[in-house]
Design a protein around this ligand. Structure first.
Ligand code: ZN
Length: 436
């Protein structure tokens, strides 16, 4: 599958030497801006004996201090702003799991950049004017809804700002309005697929053909499930509020990594333990520098997302670099009896087996001081109604698969369809009751 060329995609194909020149010039500008206007950044530069004049090449970026999420909390609400409030036209906030949210700001120019990268994201997925986009990302302080909204509108598509929730109405709209593109979390779309079946709506018979899914990590196995159930093309959309919102990176029809819009976001991969830069192809933590942000420049922001930069050029011809799909975040690592476990490993192992449904949950408890991990997964009605042997066989198969992947024995519980609670936004995959 190839998408026709969209003029907004032109910056995706800029020859690499030009791109590097542009990045260096923009890096120097943004460092200068942050140094002049953001106290925390200037202080950290001073501690290292650095001034903006020390940035002579792109490689010099590695001398700059990192920014981390707690910096946003510590300077709550506006301490990292580089623009006066008179120039800030929008605020978003992301809810922290603990305490205060983090606040992000946009100037008019920042919003234009955000819109442009979302246009390029839609274009990479073959979306164009004439498409009808059901935007089921949450509207509000969360960046997902408005980010996708303005991008789709700017490219001339018809936008349905339905936001998340109310699944029956989502399905009615999808069917009655001739929706061709859906934007949501992958887990919410799975929920819609399931609800549609209950309402006797066959999604495969609708004009829906493309999904842009993001805001939570999802695996290749999950993509295969979605595409098989619906006959749509499912693309991975990446972004985070601290950097801009959705539209930092997107898959192209090759689905061989996500193209980073690196004329606006400069990527590095570092060793999360030592902070040292890692070469292309090696997995580590993604660090992003905003090259265009005015209101809130982020210099070397540690995303906590684990990925790698893919060497070589994509078959689609884009020159902007790719990163591999993000299967895990360094902060969603679970430590079970001293072993590191990532929910994405569990997801992949579960969904590679026949008979499972893409709805699962990990429950952690502690008994006699020892961590216990239970994986609940729904299975198809066929498996469930079949003679007891089928259930036992699948259970054993999943137990073995998980032990192989995780290195520890966990308890697998097969449950009936619709047992596990569905989410209207980001799925809650892990319930940790160990501190209770
Ligand atoms: Zn590509």
């Amino acid at each position: 599958m190839t998408a026709p060329f969209h003029p907004a995609s032109a910056p995706d194909y800029v020859p690499a030497p030009h791109l590097r020149d542009l990045q260096l010039r923009k890096l120097q500008e943004v460092v200068n801006r942050a140094w002049n206007r953001v106290q925390l950044f200037r202080q950290r530069m001073d501690e290292r004996g650095l001034t903006p004049g020390n940035i002579q090449t792109l490689a010099d970026i590695t001398t700059l201090p990192f920014t981390v999420k707690t910096d946003l909390r510590d300077t709550y609400p506006f301490g990292l702003f580089a623009s006066p409030m008179q120039e800030v036209v929008r605020l978003h906030a992301s809810s922290g799991t603990t305490g205060k949210p983090i606040v992000v700001a946009y100037t008019q120019q920042d919003l234009e950049v955000w819109t442009s990268v979302m246009v390029r994201s839609f274009a990479a997925c073959g979306v164009n004017h004439g498409d009808v986009v059901q935007n089921a990302y949450g509207y509000g302080l969360f960046t997902g809804g408005l980010g996708a909204h303005y991008g789709a509108e700017e490219m001339g598509a018809t936008v349905i700002p339905i936001s998340g929730g109310n699944s029956d109405r989502q399905i009615m709209v999808m069917r009655d309005f001739g929706v061709t593109v859906i934007c949501s979390t992958p887990s919410y779309f799975l929920h819609l697929i399931e609800r549609a079946a209950q309402l006797d709506v066959d999604i495969r018979e609708l004009p829906l053909r493309v999904g842009l899914f993001g805001a939570e990590p999802w695996t290749q196995s999950m993509r295969q499930r979605i595409e098989k159930l619906t006959a749509i093309q499912a693309f991975d959309l990446y972004g985070l509020s601290e950097i801009i919102g959705p539209g930092v990176a997107i898959e192209c029809p090759e689905k061989d990594g996500l193209h980073i819009f690196e004329d606006h976001f400069y990527p590095e991969i570092i060793d999360p333990e030592t902070g040292q830069p890692l070469p292309d192809g090696q997995e580590g933590e993604l660090v992003l520098t905003t090259l265009s942000k005015m209101a809130m420049p982020m210099i070397r922001y540690r995303t906590r997302d684990i990925t790698s930069l893919i060497p070589g050029q994509c078959a689609c011809g884009r020159t902007i670099r790719r990163m591999s799909r993000i299967g895990r975040r360094s902060d969603d690592m679970l430590i079970i009896r001293g072993v590191n476990v990532f929910p994405s490993q569990v997801e992949a192992a579960l969904l590679e087996a026949e008979g499972t449904l893409p709805h699962y949950q990990i429950i952690l408890t502690r008994m006699h001081g020892l961590d216990q991990m239970e994986v609940q997964v729904e299975v198809t009605p066929q498996v469930f109604s079949d003679k007891i042997g089928a259930l036992e066989e699948l259970n054993e198969k999943l137990n073995d698969a998980l032990e192989r992947v995780l290195g520890i024995r966990v308890r697998v519980t097969l449950v009936e369809p619709h047992t596990i609670q569905r989410s209207e936004g980001k799925a809650k995959r892990v319930i940790d009751r160990r501190s209770q």
